[in-house]
Design a protein around this ligand. Structure first.
Ligand SMILES: Nc1ncnc2c1ncn2[C@@H]1O[C@H](COP(=O)(O)OP(=O)(O)O)[C@@H](O)[C@H]1O
Ligand SMILES: N[C@@H](CC(=O)OP(=O)(O)O)C(=O)O
Length: 443
């Protein structure tokens, strides 16, 4: 059994859905995980924001516009009048459900129900298409097995048990379709795995069903060595280790959801990143093995806040760092980077929701400085043997850019640098020119 996840762009139009159907139409047993059609989740987020503000007329106009877009998809996707009618009835049901929220109090619970509509629609429309094409498949409702706990972490035991039960209901079926992104929370309510979470769904499903391979089908031919949205002349990487891929995903490579590597790594299931527009391309294979040159890729994570605590008196005392970390723990705020000197400790966070409270508490330890609009540049590779002077190449490339923090040694896979966000494009471009050995890594 394999898991194949198709992202928003891969199911973004009737034409794309038809291409996905032909890609999966073979005898291999598989679970197909679909995202919402591209643009849908953003549109639903906008509808939810409008509903929060009680702008009901505006919300209705947005809902109508999205509904119209889907009517067009139905027109293009199906050939028979019967399927078009069935699909249009389904659209009415879903969009009326969203419209109903204009009449009522709008809270986070309603918001989550609104956000779930994208995946519910894409999978239902796709299943209808397979039926029309007489391709035998079963639609598995993710809300019957995908669950997060009180800490918003996946309940892997629950997922494995309930997914197995769902699959066992259909012993003769080889093709299952299900929703990415959506789940139930500890209270049984509809929830989600955060933006981009369908990759995470695919990986959790793959681990739960102990599949032989997880494929993430998207609109690019694998993980590139640099952000292709920012830098020209990037190339796909043939192979990455789980740890390298996890670092890149966490530090901004949008092609993968940050948490999606962990479940696959735990079960040692290879993950392939493949391109729906170019299915024959080799893509990237993520596995326990790591081969290729020393420096593999670079990614950038924006929205970082740097906090420096200066305290000559206390820094070297044992227990000091623990007290600092406890402040962040109290506010459930993870720390990304940390560096220390004799008189100060600098660290970064990407969730500044409790910044004010955190800073107020840290001031008890010393002088606190805060810098926002920072970016972490993360260079990933196998740095265990400093054979090729990777550090030198990195610093030479960045010689004209002011680097605020440097972190190396936490893992053998990552050198992280903190820079001002305004310097990001220049930093990524210079690194692209200065640090890669194209012949070794290119897919
Ligand atoms: N290092 C990278 N390698 C490949 N793609 C990347 C990288 N960094 C950012 N991306 C972007 O990620 C996009 C694919 O992710 P996403 O938009 O989430 O796809 P999907 O809609 O299939 O889920 C690509 O189109 C590309 O612009
Ligand atoms: N539809 C959700 C989940 C998702 O993963 O989408 P995509 O696979 O298109 O990144 C989102 O837009 O966040």
């Amino acid at each position: 059994m394999k898991v194949l996840k198709f992202g928003g762009t891969s199911v973004g139009s009737a034409e794309r859905m038809k291409a996905v159907a032909s890609l999966i139409n073979n005898d291999e047993p598989k679970i197909v995980v679909l995202s919402a059609m591209s643009g849908t989740t953003n549109a639903l987020v906008q509808i939810a924001e409008t509903l929060y503000q009680n702008k009901n007329e505006e919300a209705n106009a947005l809902i109508d516009a999205l509904h119209d877009k889907y009517k067009q998809v139905v027109e293009e996707l199906y050939t028979s009048a019967e399927k078009k009618k069935q699909a249009n009835e389904l659209l009415t049901e879903h969009f009326d459900h969203v419209r109903a929220f204009t009449q009522d109090l709008f809270t986070i619970h309603e918001e989550r129900a609104v956000l779930a509509q994208g995946e519910l629609l894409s999978t239902a429309l796709f299943q209808f298409f397979l039926e029309e094409q007489q391709i035998n498949s079963v639609l598995l409702p993710a809300l019957n097995f995908m669950k997060i706990d009180e800490d918003e972490e996946p309940d892997t035991a629950y997922i494995a048990k309930h997914l197995k039960e769902e699959l066992e209901k259909f012993p003769n079926t080889k093709l299952f379709i299900t929703q990415g992104y959506i789940c139930r929370n500890a209270f049984g309510e509809i929830d989600n795995l955060k933006r981009g979470g369908s990759d995470y769904s695919a990986s959790l499903i793959g681990a739960a069903a102990d599949v032989e391979e997880i494929q993430i089908w998207t609109d690019i031919d694998g993980m590139h060595n640099n952000d292709p949205r920012i830098v020209k002349d990037t190339y796909p990487i043939a192979e990455l280790s789980f740890d390298e891929a996890a670092e890149l995903a966490y530090f901004g490579a949008k092609i993968l959801h940050p948490s999606s590597v962990t479940p696959a790594k735990q079960k040692n299931i290879p993950v392939k990143l493949l391109n729906t527009m170019q299915p024959e391309a080799k893509g990237t294979t993520i596995s326990a093995e790591s081969t290729g040159g020393t420096i593999k890729a670079v990614a950038a994570k924006d929205g970082i806040t740097a906090i420096k605590i200066k305290s000559g008196r206390m820094l070297l005392a044992y227990g000091f760092l623990r007290s600092v970390f406890e402040v962040f723990e109290r506010y459930k705020t993870p720390i990304d980077m940390i560096t220390t000197s004799e008189v100060a400790v600098s660290l970064t966070i990407d969730n500044a929701r409790h910044l004010e409270e955190i800073v107020a508490e840290l001031k008890e330890f010393g002088q606190v400085e805060v810098d926002q609009e920072q970016t972490i540049i993360c260079v990933v590779g196998d740095f265990i043997e400093e054979r090729s002077g990777s550090g030198l190449k990195i610093f030479q490339s960045l010689k004209d850019i002011s680097v605020r923090m440097i972190s190396y040694g936490g893992s053998k896979n990552n050198i992280s640098l903190l820079i001002n966000t305004k310097d990001k494009v220049e930093a990524l471009t210079k690194l692209n020119e200065g640090i890669f050995d194209r012949n070794t890594n290119n897919a």
